[in-house]
Design a protein around this ligand. Structure first.
Ligand code: 5GP
Ligand code: MG
Length: 187
């Protein structure tokens, strides 16, 4: 982080609005689900809080689950994508002929979900659906549409509810937009 810049957080989506939307999203997914169990795959680290809230609601909807994680990263330490996606941890769950829900925090350029879903499809799941809490369609580099989207947001860098800036702010229970204030400037 540049020492001459202060991070300014501007609230974007409240804890209450997240809760309501996640509840509706899970209901939508539960209505569409038609398998014996659902394999929920979270993309770490950003999806951990969203996924934790979702799986507890799937329990309420009586949907049997298996949960696994993939680690993929395309961001370095800043707010701009490096353009390269690395998958550093794979699932060890067999997804052949299963209903799979791939969950990510945010769909930005589309590189991560495009790469990961292509890898998963090679393993022949019965159904692969993708779900993101946030979608920034203006930023897309690779055409990709998620099956379930929590909120569509403008091209701003956001943190909280699992999303970080330079490894910070993941623990915020709400979403904020990050901006920077130069310490040497007035106001
Ligand atoms: P994509 O591959 O679609 O460009 O990027 C997806 C990943 O980039 C997300 O899973 C997330 O980790 C990161 N990302 C994209 N936009 C944002 C943002 O506004 N805030 C944060 N914290 N991460 C973002
Ligand atoms: Mg991510």
């Amino acid at each position: 982080m540049n020492r001459n810049q202060d991070v300014v957080l501007k609230p974007l989506i409240t804890e209450f609005d997240l809760k309501v939307r996640v509840g509706n999203l899970v209901r939508e997914i539960a209505d569409d689900f038609n398998g014996d169990k659902l394999i929920v795959i979270g993309l770490l680290k950003g999806s951990f809080m969203f996924l934790a809230d979702m799986v507890r609601l799937f329990y309420v909807h009586n949907i049997p689950l298996l949960i696994d994680f993939i680690v993929a990263s395309s961001y370095g330490a800043g707010t701009e994508s490096s353009g390269e996606v690395n998958m550093t941890r794979d699932i060890n769950t067999d997804i052949r002929s299963k209903w799979v829900l791939l969950v990510d925090d945010i769909l930005d350029t589309g590189r991560t979900l495009n790469l990961v879903s292509r890898q998963l499809l090679k393993r022949k799941p019965a159904v692969l659906k993708t779900c993101v809490l946030l979608d920034k369609p203006d930023r897309r580099v690779i055409p990709f549409q998620a099956d379930y989207v929590g909120f569509t947001i403008p091209d701003k860098f956001v943190v909280g509810y699992g999303l970080d800036y330079d490894s910070h702010y993941r623990e915020l229970p709400y979403l904020s937009v990050v901006s920077f204030k130069n310490r040497n400037s007035e106001s």
